[in-house]
Design a protein around this ligand. Structure first.
Ligand SMILES: [Zn+2]
Ligand SMILES: [Zn+2]
Length: 246
């Protein structure tokens, strides 16, 4: 039944490439399988890979271990990885996911993160994925949390591709204040703006967790979330994001 439903769904709403918008040609019975992007656009994407900063994954000169930013600042998360450099293609995929209701774009980001970072997830040995929460009012306006959509896709594909058990846990980290969009603020204001915005209540079973968000800009949001989680008893906090601003 689900399959028949899915066939009709695809006739009505064919999956399109998140970059160029072309309809992705595939057999109707393939359902929610990749590819989630056309080959030409995939070839244009800039993947971050695993040779960047040991803490934030940002690309750095080969001889360095950490980026200038991580050397200077105290970011509370332990380490993390991002999928894409935030160039114009990444910006389009994530902007459309966040503001234009293109929820399918999370399938591409999550599947690709799982495919490329399954080894890191296994080494980190984490108990759960925790999406960075929106304020309830903003989530109501948007109808969904883009970070949660990405986390669900990582969880699904982590299981399919690597047999990893990565439950998405949404009821342990809360955004308690309604903040102005980060992009309207300078870096200094961001830290102030974000302090005490997040609160966490963590069960005993969650000690090693991965924060999931769409974009790593300054790292302040992820650091504030990590701080709240560590205050609530987390021992290790990692992160995965769709893109990172170089
Ligand atoms: Zn395309
Ligand atoms: Zn760094």
């Amino acid at each position: 039944m689900r399959k028949i439903g899915s066939v009709f769904w695809q006739l009505l709403f064919p999956r399109v490439c998140p970059v160029c918008g072309e309809i992705l040609k595939k057999k109707l019975t393939e359902g929610e399988e990749p590819p989630f992007i056309c080959p030409a656009c995939y070839a244009k994407l800039q993947f971050v890979g695993e040779n960047g900063c040991m803490k934030c994954s940002r690309p750095i000169p080969e001889e360095d271990e950490y980026c200038e930013d991580c050397k200077k600042r105290k970011l509370v998360f332990d380490r993390g990885r991002s999928l894409l450099l935030h160039d114009e293609n990444a910006r389009k995929i994530l902007y459309d996911l966040k503001y234009r209701n293109c929820r399918d774009n999370a399938d591409f980001i999550g599947c690709e993160i799982a495919a490329q970072m399954g080894d890191s997830l296994r080494i980190w040995n984490v108990d759960a994925l925790i999406p960075v929460p929106l304020h309830p009012r903003r989530q109501l306006q948007r109808g969904y949390n883009q970070a949660e959509r990405i986390a669900e896709s990582i969880s699904y594909w982590g299981k399919q591709l690597y047999g990893l058990s990565l439950p998405v846990v949404c009821n342990v980290l809360f955004r308690t204040a309604y903040t102005r969009p980060q992009k309207e603020l300078g870096a200094g204001d961001r830290e102030v703006n974000l302090r005490s915005v997040f609160r966490a209540e963590l069960p005993e079973t969650l000690k090693r967790v991965v924060l999931v968000d769409d974009i790593f800009t300054s790292g302040s949001t992820l650091s504030a979330c990590a701080e709240a989680l560590k205050m609530a008893g987390a021992e290790r906090v990692f992160f995965l994001t769709g893109s990172i601003v170089p």
